[in-house]
Design a protein around this ligand. Structure first.
Ligand SMILES: [Zn+2]
Length: 445
């Protein structure tokens, strides 16, 4: 599955060893940078096994390189290209910084010397496809495979000493696709995204590239920085970036692939997360819901009538007629609990109801007195209500006003007179005016 990839790792690693760059694998302090006592330097070399962690870079994936806080990995894409790539190499050399370059196959064919300079300087060399098409997310699988394979072949040819590039691949434009990642996995190649870019491919100033690189690094505290060695603005920003990294206490980590001769740096799985949870913080890790795998999904046969427990033809167990309940110790009811039978009503039940007492219909003396002493002139109005009066009927004996004669009876005057009259008599009889009576009459108007 990964034979070709492993072969590449071995030859790549052999080239490193033969070139006497083993010292680069050990920790290289800034003090080891000849002629540059204030150099940033490369703090350590991280050896990774691509087969254990196939995709890295939190811009797109769950995992990233197992870096400590304030550790940075520098990566440069799309080269090598003449003057700019050469200047980037010189800047890095002045700081004794080791980086990872993702070379394009076509660029390697046009500038093989530039690829060899990368190798001679001790940098890691990954690949970035043959022609850098920005269609990896939708191109046919065979075309993607050819782009990947041709790019590796071109860089290998540029190296010219049977060594192969590192099994690191960055998809052009980070346009990832599942099929591409699976193909890379089958070849034992690690897919590199990044943790933060500096947007140096955009038409922005070198100062802006510097700001984005530093600010985004500060936001994450560590990670993989994506740059392009073919851009003039990157060349202009790089010295300031490296100087600021040192000033802020960041350290450069050089990444190389593992091989049978060079085992991977021991790491814990959580170290491959950008911000792994601290084990000093209590977190509940509840077991996940098990994913049940059913042995068979065929539907069960429908139950037959003979399978049911209740049968209509079964005799209803009644206490005393069956010993089934007794034998099982279950007390059986004397009667079926449902439906309940209501007791029959006695004949002529209405007669049995109590007759209302005569006191229910008694009228209080004050009220009876007030009604019986009300003047006759008010009675027709009270009894007939407003409707008869409104019809124009003249109350018998009433002192009709001129308006009543003209068809508009003065109702308020008639009732006020009768109400005040009744109230006066009631006050004389009981000492208190019958307020209820006055209210009743007003309501009838
Ligand atoms: Zn690119």
């Amino acid at each position: 599955m990964i034979g070709k990839g492993l072969a590449g790792v071995r030859t790549w690693q052999c080239a490193v060893l033969c070139l006497g760059l083993v010292s680069g694998i050990a920790t290289q302090a800034a003090a080891d940078c000849p002629g540059h006592p204030d150099a940033l330097g490369t703090s350590r070399t991280l050896v990774v096994d691509p087969r254990e962690h196939l995709r890295i870079g939190t811009m797109q994936y769950a995992e990233t390189l197992p870096l400590e806080d304030h550790e940075v990995v520098l990566t440069f894409d799309d080269g090598p290209l003449g003057h700019n790539s050469k200047q980037v190499l010189e800047i890095l050399a002045a700081q004794c910084v080791k980086a990872t370059f993702f070379a394009i196959g076509r660029m390697a064919k046009e500038n093989p010397e530039g690829v060899r300079k990368l190798r001679d300087a001790g940098h890691s060399i990954g690949t970035h496809s043959q022609n850098h098409p920005l269609t990896f997310n939708k191109m046919p699988a065979e075309q993607a495979k050819k782009e990947i394979d041709d790019g590796i072949a071109s860089v290998t040819a540029a190296l010219g000493d049977s060594t192969a590039p590192a099994p690191f691949f960055r998809i052009p434009g980070l346009l990832r696709a599942g099929g591409v990642e699976q193909y890379l996995e089958s070849k034992g190649i690690q897919t590199w995204s990044a943790d933060f870019p500096a947007d140096d491919w955009r038409r922005i100033s070198s100062s802006r590239v510097y700001e984005l690189a530093i600010n985004r690094l500060e936001a994450k505290g560590k990670g993989i920085l994506l740059l392009h060695d073919i851009q003039a603005r990157t060349v202009a920003a790089l010295p300031r970036i490296l100087h600021e990294l040192k000033a802020r206490g960041y350290r450069i980590v050089h990444v190389v692939p593992a091989s049978p001769e060079l085992p991977a740096t021991p790491t814990e799985p959580q170290q491959w997360q950008l911000h792994p949870p601290s084990e000093n913080v209590a977190i509940s890790h509840w077991p996940k819901i098990p994913n049940f795998v059913f042995a068979a999904t065929a539907p069960l046969p429908a139950p037959a009538l003979s399978d049911s427990y209740w049968h209509d033809d079964w005799p209803i167990p009644v206490a005393g007629t069956s010993d089934r309940g007794k034998r099982r110790g279950v007390p059986l009811p004397l009667q079926a609990p449902w439906p309940r039978q209501a007791p029959p009503l006695p004949e002529r039940a209405a007669i049995a109801l109590p007759a209302p007492s005569a006191s229910v219909f008694q009228m209080q003396d004050r009220l009876r007195f007030a009604l019986t002493r009300a003047p006759r002139s008010a009675e027709p109005a009270i009894a007939a209500g407003p409707r008869r009066v409104a019809d124009g009927a003249k109350p018998a004996g009433a002192g009709a006003s001129p308006r009543a004669v003209a068809g508009k009876p003065n109702l308020g005057r008639v009732h006020r007179a009768s109400a005040s009259h009744a109230a006066r008599h009631a006050t004389q009889a009981g000492g208190r005016p019958p307020k209820r009576l006055v209210q009743v009459k007003k309501r009838n108007v």
